[in-house]
Write a protein that binds this ligand. Structure first.
Ligand code: NDC
Length: 254
């Protein structure tokens, strides 16, 4: 889809990958960009806005760990104001295998809750117009970094959940796909804990591998949003955007 005139909600739009992706979206003349993040960083919002003064950029404080009912209330205000939202990007994530519950709560449950909360506004069974959910997974969702099994499994769960949402689009009218970054130079990977300290130097070892910049990742990210391909599994690594060939797809088990 062409992004000019589109309205996009970006959860975690102020993180390292988020910020540069917001800029890449503004370069494509997105009409409304609604950034939801736990971070309150007005200076980053100003930096993003400068990329395209014609686009409307707004920010709301948002914690993905809030209950679905809270997310629904916040989304109701957004839909009341903008009438139509085309894309929801779910990008919140932490990498710290010492924090098991929090990792699952932010990386997986939060993404499930925000997706669940937006469905009533989009579901064609309610007379809604449909929409698209773009979820940030990770290459670790396909190939675990086994020293961070909790993080890796949380991302595998994101991929699985998203694949189901994509298959349900026939019923709901809501498309879904994942964008899965490879190692990207952000604060997330600079220093992090392995599970049970099985590898005390896990961050240093990870960063011995080739990495991409956030700008490279952002370009691939924006291209994936333009492609709007239901069920896609995109790998965004070393400045490229490629489909992941993963498992055989069955239409349905029921
Ligand atoms: P950064 O820490 O800058 O961004 C995290 C964002 O999540 C920030 O905007 C936070 O405010 C937001 N956030 C955290 N908790 C909450 C919350 N409770 N409510 C609302 N927002 C919250 O890190 P980043 O830019 O690298 O990460 C952005 C997304 O990309 C995350 O979902 C990551 O899991 C994902 N990702 C990053 C990388 C990477 O290399 N930086 C990768 C894959 C996916 C990775 O998984 C390690 C191994 C190799 C691949 C790599």
């Amino acid at each position: 889809m062409g992004l000019a005139n589109k309205t996009i909600i970006f959860v975690a739009g102020l993180g390292c990958i988020g910020k540069d992706t917001c800029k890449a979206l503004l370069k494509r003349n997105v009409k409304n960009l609604i950034i939801l993040d736990r971070l309150d960083k007005p200076e980053i919002i100003d930096e993003i806005k400068k990329v395209n003064p014609k686009s409307n950029v707004t920010y709301q404080s948002y914690d993905v760990m809030a209950p679905v009912s809270e997310s629904c209330k916040q989304l109701a205000k957004i839909f009341a104001k903008y009438k139509k939202v085309d894309v929801l990007v779910n990008g919140a994530g932490i990498l710290d295998d010492h924090q098991i519950e929090k990792t699952i709560a932010i990386n997986f449950t939060g993404l499930v809750n925000t997706t669940t909360a937006i469905m009533p506004f989009w579901d064609i069974r309610n007379g809604g117009p449909g929409g698209t959910v773009c979820n940030i997974g990770s290459v670790t969702g396909f190939n675990a970094i086994y020293q961070v099994p909790v993080y890796s499994a949380s991302k595998a769960a994101v991929v699985s959940f998203t694949q189901s949402i994509a298959k349900l689009s026939k019923i709901t009218g809501v498309k879904a796909y994942t964008v899965n970054p490879g190692i990207t130079a952000t604060s997330l990977v600079q220093s992090f804990n392995s599970w049970l300290d099985v590898e005390p130097c896990v961050a240093q070892k990870l960063l011995e591998h080739p990495t991409q910049t956030t700008e490279q990742c952002a370009e691939s990210f924006a291209k994936a949003i333009e492609r709007d391909e239901n069920g896609a599994l995109w790998k965004m690594d070393l400045g490229t955007l490629e489909p992941i060939k993963w498992t055989i797809h069955w239409d349905s088990h029921i």
